[in-house]
Design a protein around this ligand. Structure first.
Ligand SMILES: [Zn+2]
Length: 309
């Protein structure tokens, strides 16, 4: 066996290491191969080897969209060349598309909207990503999740997840102005999560459907509002049966019969909360004055003791 390996041998060695899950060393071998190819003037060989290096480098920074974009760019240079990634063979341009879509997905998911308009924009971006996964990756097992996360994922499996998140984002964009419409979007999200096989997230969406769709009559002011947790909240209280019966005949509940908590619209709730807060501050200040006065008396007594006979 020759001591110095050829560029082609280094690439083969890289493949071997990838199969064994040793990505860091594989990356080195591919980079060494690229340098060797370049020295020999084999630019195609160098491009292929650097593409392998760039793809494997993604595994070391899975949450960095730039790594995906760099790998994608590199793969574009070698077009239809069939790459050998682990046990899978995939044309370079197809892998480039996958990496671009995954990068876009990361970028969209990292958005943290703070107002309705931004929630709408995120929803649109998620829908676009879902359509692209479906259009470009249907029937194809995604190479990157399989290689680095041991997850079998196809384009058509990815799409429902993104659609579910889009519906949730639309729901959030509407919660302030129209809680019932927000509940409808969470209902769609629930269906998409079920289709994606994520029962846990479907259940979570269901809870939002119930909460946002639920309406109550404010115990204090009688306003009728939908959107539990957003536009009305429950407040701990003590209710006697006589008091409870006074609520009979009302279409909307004014209290929760199970917990005895009353429902308050956000306006009444925050007024009570602020008043309680103000009173607490006032009491604390009164207490501070009292303590200060007592401390002064103790200090005076101490002075008397010291200056005494
Ligand atoms: Zn109220």
């Amino acid at each position: 066996m020759p001591l110095i390996k050829s560029a082609g041998e280094l690439v083969a060695l890289g493949h071997d290491l990838v199969q064994r899950g040793n990505f860091a060393e594989a990356n080195q071998k591919y980079n060494d191969a690229a340098r060797k190819f370049a020295k020999q003037g084999d630019m195609m060989g160098a491009n292929i080897a650097s593409s392998y290096a760039a793809v494997i480098a993604v595994g070391q920074q899975m949450a960095n969209p730039m790594a995906y974009r760099i790998a994608s760019q590199s793969l574009m240079n070698i077009g239809g060349f069939v790459m050998k990634i682990g046990l899978r063979e995939v044309p370079a341009n197809q892998l480039a598309t996958e990496l671009d879509l995954l990068a876009t997905e990361f970028e969209v998911l990292s958005l943290s909207p703070t107002n309705p308009q931004q929630f709408k924009e995120k929803a649109q971006a998620l829908q676009t990503a879902a359509m692209q996964f479906r259009a470009k990756m249907t029937g194809q097992v995604l190479v990157i999740p399989e290689l680095f996360s041991k997850t079998v994922m196809t384009g058509e499996m990815k799409a429902p997840q993104l659609m579910a998140m889009a519906e949730e984002s639309l729901g959030e964009s509407l919660i302030l102005e129209d809680p019932k419409a927000a509940a409808e979007h969470y209902q769609s999200a629930r269906l998409w999560w079920s289709q994606a096989g994520r029962q846990d997230l479907a259940d979570a969406a269901s809870m939002r459907v119930r909460a946002y769709g639920r309406a109550a009559k404010c115990w204090f002011c009688g306003r009728e509002v939908a959107g539990e947790g957003i536009h009305f909240v429950s407040m701990a209280s003590e209710l006697t049966d006589v008091i409870k019966r006074t609520g009979e005949g009302s279409a909307l509940p004014t209290f929760d019969p199970l917990s005895n908590a009353i429902y308050a619209c956000r306006g009444c709730y925050s007024a009570v909360f602020k008043l309680a807060d103000d009173l607490a501050i006032k009491r604390t200040q009164e207490l501070e004055v009292k303590i200060e006065k007592e401390l002064n008396e103790i200090r005076a007594q101490l002075r008397n003791v010291r200056s005494g006979p």
